[in-house]
Write a protein that binds this ligand. Structure first.
Ligand SMILES: Nc1ncnc2c1ncn2[C@@H]1O[C@H](COP(=O)(O)OP(=O)(O)O)[C@@H](O)[C@H]1O
Ligand SMILES: [Mg+2]
Length: 256
């Protein structure tokens, strides 16, 4: 059986404001794959996701999403942006926030309200947040808000889930909950997941491959191939030490 790759980058180059953010990146991601994206601040992790969303055009090479050129409003992609906090939406109920997932790309316009409610309830159930449906989002914890953002991203039944730092600002136990939730969604829906994170450790048990970006370059492979002193030193062009202690990996010398 052959299935269309979800994401294909071939010698792609991304340039922003005259600067090359990412050069010569080639990779293929298949359905049901869980990919963690790592790299220092400013490496271009968010930019890569925005390119897949069709918000930024590749400067060279080719990018395909399910065989097609990236385009805005692609309902095959669910996206939870970085730094999305729901403070501005304090008065909204959780179910309203999840419902934005239908409106963002105009897919939900004209949907009968019963159908709409059913879709929202289904997504809330999938992230264990049905009991929060009518809660004002401003009263919810960081982990609860993150679950709503994942539900929102799932509403159009995407084949690719782009999650930009969903673990930021969560304590360790909430972090573990969100990671298990995303791993379950990835497995149950056979959806490809690309998740940006600063710390690979909570993801080591569930992730298939790691995409590491630095200095415009990238490396992709299994965590034990990529998160090594040798690969990262080569990528950064300076000495990096990956240290294993207490069952965790520490990357030393990476952030300048
Ligand atoms: N619209 C833009 N125009 C020019 N440069 C930008 C723009 N957006 C981001 N950048 C720059 O591109 C680089 C990559 O940014 P970003 O993708 O946000 O990095 P990351 O998510 O890895 O921290 C940064 O140096 C950032 O300052
Ligand atoms: Mg970012």
């Amino acid at each position: 059986m052959t299935t269309l790759p979800v994401v294909e980058l071939e010698q792609a180059r991304i340039r922003l404001g005259g600067r090359i953010i990412l050069d010569d990146i080639t990779l293929t991601i298949h359905e049901g794959e869980f990919i963690a994206i790592l790299g220092p601040n400013g490496a271009g992790k968010s930019t890569l996701l925005k390119t897949l969303l069709g918000l930024i055009k590749a400067d060279a090479g080719s990018i395909r999403i399910l065989g097609r050129t990236p385009h805005r409003g692609n309902k095959d992609i669910g996206y939870a942006p970085q730094h999305r906090t729901l403070e501005a939406d304090l008065a909204l109920r959780a179910r309203d926030v999840v419902g934005f997932g239908l409106d963002g790309n105009h897919w939900g316009i004209g949907l009968p309200s019963r159908k709409r409610t059913a879709l929202i309830d289904k997504a809330l159930h999938e992230v264990n947040a049905l009991d929060l449906a009518n809660a004002p989002v401003g009263q919810l914890s960081g982990g609860e808000q993150q679950r709503l953002l994942i539900a929102q991203a799932l509403l159009t039944n995407p084949r690719l889930l782009l999650l930009d730092e969903p673990l930021a600002n969560l304590d360790i136990s909430r972090e573990g909950e969100i990671v298990s939730l995303i791993a379950r969604v990835c497995h149950d829906r056979n959806v490809a997941v690309m998740l940006v994170t600063h710390d690979i450790n909570p993801l080591l048990p569930v992730v298939d491959r790691v995409l590491y970006m630095a200095n415009g370059h990238s490396a992709i492979g299994r965590a034990d191939e990529v998160v090594t002193s040798q690969t990262l030193s080569q990528l950064y062009g300076s000495p990096i030490e990956v240290v294993q202690a207490l069952n965790r990996l520490f990357v030393v010398g990476a952030e300048t």
